[in-house]
Design a protein around this ligand. Structure first.
Ligand code: ADP
Ligand code: MG
Length: 409
C-alpha cells in the first residue's frame, strides 16, 4: 500500500491532490448549525497539514449526513469549512458544488499550499449510486479536478469513517488516480490490526448503542475471540427479553430475540457465560431532563417504563471486568448519554475503559462524541477511532472497499 509519506517523497509541490477526509461531524439542531464536536475535523488535520506544508494544492472532498443525492442547505459543509480553516490556521476555499462550475474554477485557481473544500459530496447522486457506471462517472469528475494523472493529480484516502463504503469519492477515485493511504487511515488500521491479531488477554469488549441488529454480525464474529462481552445500551433489552424478562417500553427488537438467545449460550474457557448483561437498569416514563427516574433490577423492569441507562451495580461489575483486562474495545454508549440523568452508565464505563492497563480502543461516532461531551481526558484512551461502522466491519473481518482499493496497483 502506498503511503502519504511516499507521495510526499515524490514531491507534491504544485500538484493538485484530492483528499477524501471524514468531516462528518454533529451540528447543533437549533438552526445555527454550529459544529458541536470537532473530533473528526481535528483527526483530519495531520494529513492535510503535511500536504500543504510541502506545497501541494489540496482539494478536500467529504460528506455530511445523508442528504438525498441532491443539494440541500440542511446538509451543507459550510460550517465545517469555517471550523477547518480555524483549526488549520489557514484560509479554506469553499466550493458551492461538488464537481460543478464553482468546484472547477476554485480547483484551477489553487496555488501551492492552498486548500479547497468541496460541498457535501453526497449532494451528487453518483456518490452513493449502486450503478457502477454512474458512480464511476461521478468519480471521474472528482478525479478530473486534479487535472488527472498526467497533470500530477493524485488521491489520498484519509476518511477512515467511510472506507467501508463503496462510494465514488472513497472507491472509484482511487481506481482513476495514483492513490495513497493517508496518515489517519494508516493509524486506524494499525490499532485495529492489534485487536484482530493476538490481543493480550483478558480481551474484553463492551458493546452498547441503540440497535442490536446493527451489531449482531460483529457480536457473532467477536464472541469466539473475546474473553468477555459486556452488553449495555439499548441493545441489552433484546438480550434481557431473550432470558425471558419483561423489558417494559424499552428498545426491543423482537425479531432478534432468538439470535440473542443463541449467543447467550457462548462460554469462556473457565465455563462462565461470555456475554455479561446488566443486573440493574435506570428506568423512567420517557426520555427527558426532568422526568423522575429510578433504578430497578434488570429482571424487574416495570411494564410501563423505558430502560434508559445501566444502573450503578452494573457499572461496578463492568468496571471490575475491565479492571483485569489487557485489551479492550468499546463501541456504543451504555445509555441515552445525551440526557444528563442517563449519562452515568456511559461515563462510568468510559472511565473504566480509560483506566485499562493495556490497549483500550473506542470505536463509534456516538461513543467518541460521548467521551468528549462527558469531559473525559481523550489522551487516557489508547485510541479513539473516527470510524464507527468501519471499525466494526474491520473487526468482523469484512473487506473494506476503500482500503482494498489502495492495495491495488
Ligand atoms: P456508536 O455511534 O458509538 O456506534 P450507536 O449509534 O450504535 O453508537 O448508538 C448511539 C445511540 O444509542 C445514542 O444516541 C444513545 O442515546 C442510544 N442509546 C443508548 N442506550 C439507549 C437506550 N437504553 N435506549 C435508547 N437509546 C439508547
Ligand atoms: Mg452512531
Amino acid at each position: 500500500m502506498r503511503t502519504l509519506d511516499g507521495l510526499i517523497k515524490h514531491g507534491v509541490q504544485g500538484r493538485r491532490i484530492l483528499v477524501r477526509s471524514d468531516l462528518n461531524v454533529p451540528l447543533s439542531k437549533d438552526g445555527k448549525r454550529a459544529v458541536t464536536d470537532d473530533g473528526r475535523i481535528r483527526a483530519s488535520l495531520p494529513t492535510l497539514t503535511k500536504l500543504l506544508d510541502h506545497g501541494a494544492r489540496v482539494i478536500v472532498t467529504a460528506h455530511l449526513g445523508r442528504p438525498a443525492g441532491e443539494p440541500d442547505p440542511a446538509y451543507s459543509l459550510g460550517p465545517v469549512a469555517d471550523r477547518l480553516a480555524q483549526l488549520l490556521g489557514r484560509p479554506v476555499e469553499f466550493a458551492l458544488d461538488t464537481v460543478g462550475v464553482s468546484a472547477r474554477l476554485l480547483a484551477d485557481g489553487l496555488q501551492d499550499g492552498e486548500v479547497l473544500l468541496l460541498e457535501n459530496v453526497r449532494f451528487n447522486a453518483g456518490e452513493t449510486s449502486k450503478d457502477d457506471a454512474e458512480r464511476r462517472e461521478f468519480g471521474r469528475c472528482l478525479a478530473l479536478l486534479t487535472g488527472g494523472e498526467d497533470d500530477g493529480g493524485a488521491f489520498v484516502e484519509d476518511a477512515f469513517g467511510a472506507v467501508h463504503r463503496k462510494h465514488a469519492s472513497v472507491y472509484d477515485v482511487a481506481t482513476l488516480l495514483p492513490h495513497y493511504c493517508g496518515d489517519l487511515v494508516r493509524d486506524e488500521l494499525e490499532v485495529l490490526r492489534e485487536l484482530t491479531g493476538e490481543p493480550k488477554r483478558p480481551y474484553v469488549v463492551v458493546l452498547g448503542g441503540s440497535k442490536v441488529s446493527d451489531k449482531l454480525a460483529v457480536i457473532e464474529s467477536l464472541l469466539p475471540k473475546v474473553d468477555k462481552l459486556l452488553v449495555g445500551g439499548g441493545m441489552c433489552f433484546t438480550f434481557l427479553a431473550a432470558q425471558g424478562h419483561e423489558v417494559g417500553e424499552s428498545l426491543l427488537e423482537a425479531d432478534q430475540i432468538d439470535a440473542c438467545r443463541e449467543l447467550l449460550g457462548a462460554k469462556s474457557s473457565d465455563g462462565t457465560t461470555k456475554i455479561v448483561l446488566p443486573s440493574d437498569i435506570v428506568v423512567a416514563a420517557e426520555v427527558s431532563d426532568d422526568v423522575p427516574s429510578q433504578v430497578v433490577p434488570a429482571d424487574a423492569i416495570p411494564a410501563d417504563m423505558v430502560g434508559l441507562d445501566i444502573g450503578p451495580d452494573t457499572v461496578q461489575a463492568f468496571a471490575a471486568e475491565l479492571g483485569s483486562a489487557r485489551t479492550v474495545f468499546w463501541n456504543g454508549p451504555m445509555g441515552v448519554f445525551e440526557v444528563a440523568q442517563f449519562a452515568a452508565g456511559t461515563k462510568g464505563v468510559a472511565e473504566a475503559v480509560a483506566a485499562v492497563d493495556g490497549l483500550s480502543v473506542v470505536g463509534g461516532g456516538d461513543s467518541a462524541a460521548a467521551v468528549r461531551a462527558l469531559g473525559l481526558d481523550v489522551n487516557a484512551f489508547g485510541h479513539i477511532s473516527t470510524g464507527g461502522g468501519a471499525s466494526l466491519e474491520f473487526l468482523e473481518g469484512k473487506t473494506l472497499p476503500g482500503v482494498a482499493v489502495l492495495e491495488e496497483a
